[in-house]
Write a protein that binds this ligand. Sequence first.
Ligand code: G1P
Length: 291
Amino acid sequence: MQRVRKAIIPAAGLGTRFLPATKAMPKEMLPIVDKPTIQYIVEEAIESGIEDIIIVTGKGKRAIEDHFDNAYELEQTLFNKEKFELLHKVQEPSKMADIHYIRQKEPKGLGHAVWCARNFIGNEPFAVLLGDDIVKAETPCLKQLINEHNRTHSSVIGVKRVPDNETNRYGIVDPIDQKGRSYQVNNFVEKPELGTAPSNLAIIGRYIFTPEIFMFLDKQEIGAGGEIQLTDAIQKLNQIQRVFAYEFEGKRYDVGEKLGFIETTIEFALENKELRDDLMKFMASKLEINH
Ligand code: G1P
């Protein structure tokens, strides 16, 4: 059986939820404390054993490429000033993995973004990671899915339960059978209207696919919201091969919308030794004012 070595990170979205911050800066570069969100995603991929990453970019996304590149002048300046700890932090992203880039020339949806990377993947199983969620887990989330893929030899989709009034924001799974964290699935539905969702098991942006998914992405059929949806291709794949949903262990942070982004920033800052005490004091003072 072939190992999962390659990953696609779609990063071509417009980031409309964060405008105007994302007018001239990719949303993937918005930092949680001092690290851009996409770096957390790349780190998870590498910690899961991924060796080659392709980031699907679009217009205005150059900063992502620069982030994972060398920055000679900055590095030299930090070296001359003997700021070695900072130098290490600056150099880290460029040493992470072999990162490749391809452009999605038109915003045709997530399914199309993944399809753009088809030649890079070829005929082997691969991972997809979306940048709107950061997952903290003892075993990295993607690694959990890879383990499940190694067990089942099938495509595996990461899911988590979400509140019933949020099911319209996600791809939702209609499960038929459950064994531990693993579900067999009857249907995958993209963003069902509220009250019509078959469950509250939502697709959370971590996927392992067999290469046959491209047979369906090739068709470029338009789905919900007028876009080529990855979830539609998953459902078609599920009709010819078993596709499992896997309820991964760990905490997910939704950094794709404002409140989640702020909550994540606070939680990660509270885990940072340099920030924790002062931030606690600041928050306590705010609570006092409000009472
Ligand atoms: C995409 C997928 C959806 C999934 C979600 C997770 O939607 O289409 O199935 O549940 O990511 O973040 P988007 O958030 O891009 O609208």
